[in-house]
Write a protein that binds this ligand. Structure first.
Ligand code: SF4
Length: 191
């Protein structure tokens, strides 16, 4: 994945941190994020995030806006040029996508469930910010249907979906309360 990051960086003139910031903001085009939130999501210091954000702003790939409730709290949002350069960077599969493509469907599903489990553990122990995954979303109803191919339900779009379609970063995500998240975790226990 790191090699993929550098390959993408070469084609766009952006470094991996700058690309990661644009990727993070792509799903938050309306409200954007504060510098502190960007740093927390990327696991970098605030000065590092600030440097990269300023570089992206100079290139015209993101803009700073005052916060809605606190006008001194700056929010950063991607510009149309920022979205376009991200699309260029993500054109075609990288090494990681091709390696995943070698797995059988069942193996891909197992990998997704394993990743969700690991990410959920990291966020429940406050090691990383809450990710916008189905399993932490208040719209999620796990195993609500008898159909083994599409057992889950999303109340936001009011539709059933399968294990392979569990989202890791959904822009419609709304964080569920801790009791709801614990019940969801239990629903995914083996047996
Ligand atoms: S809104 Fe998004 S994160 Fe929430 S259950 Fe639906 S698909 Fe999953």
């Amino acid at each position: 994945m790191r090699v993929d990051d550098w390959d993408r960086a070469k084609t766009t003139g952006l470094n991996p941190t700058q690309l990661a910031i644009l990727t993070l903001l792509e799903g938050r085009r309306e409200g954007g994020l504060g510098v502190k939130e960007v740093a927390a999501h990327l696991g970098v210091s605030q000065p590092t995030a600030t440097d990269s954000i300023n570089a992206l702003e100079r290139k015209g790939y993101l803009a700073k806006r005052p916060g809605e409730t606190d006008r001194r709290a700056v929010r950063v949002v991607p510009t149309a040029d920022g979205i376009a350069v991200l699309q260029t960077a993500n054109a075609g599969d990288g090494l990681a996508e091709r390696a995943i493509g070698c797995l059988y469907d069942r193996e891909q599903e197992d990998l997704l469930l394993t990743l969700i489990k690991m990410i959920r553990h990291l966020q429940e122990t406050d090691a990383i910010p809450v990710q916008r995954m189905c399993v932490t979303c208040r719209h999620f109803a796990p195993f609500a249907h008898a159909d083994a191919a599409r057992p889950h339900h999303c109340h936001f779009v009011d539709a059933a979906f399968g294990q392979r379609d569990l989202r890791l970063d959904c822009r419609d995500h709304e964080e569920a309360d801790p009791a709801f998240r614990a019940a969801t975790r239990k629903a995914f226990q083996p047996g």
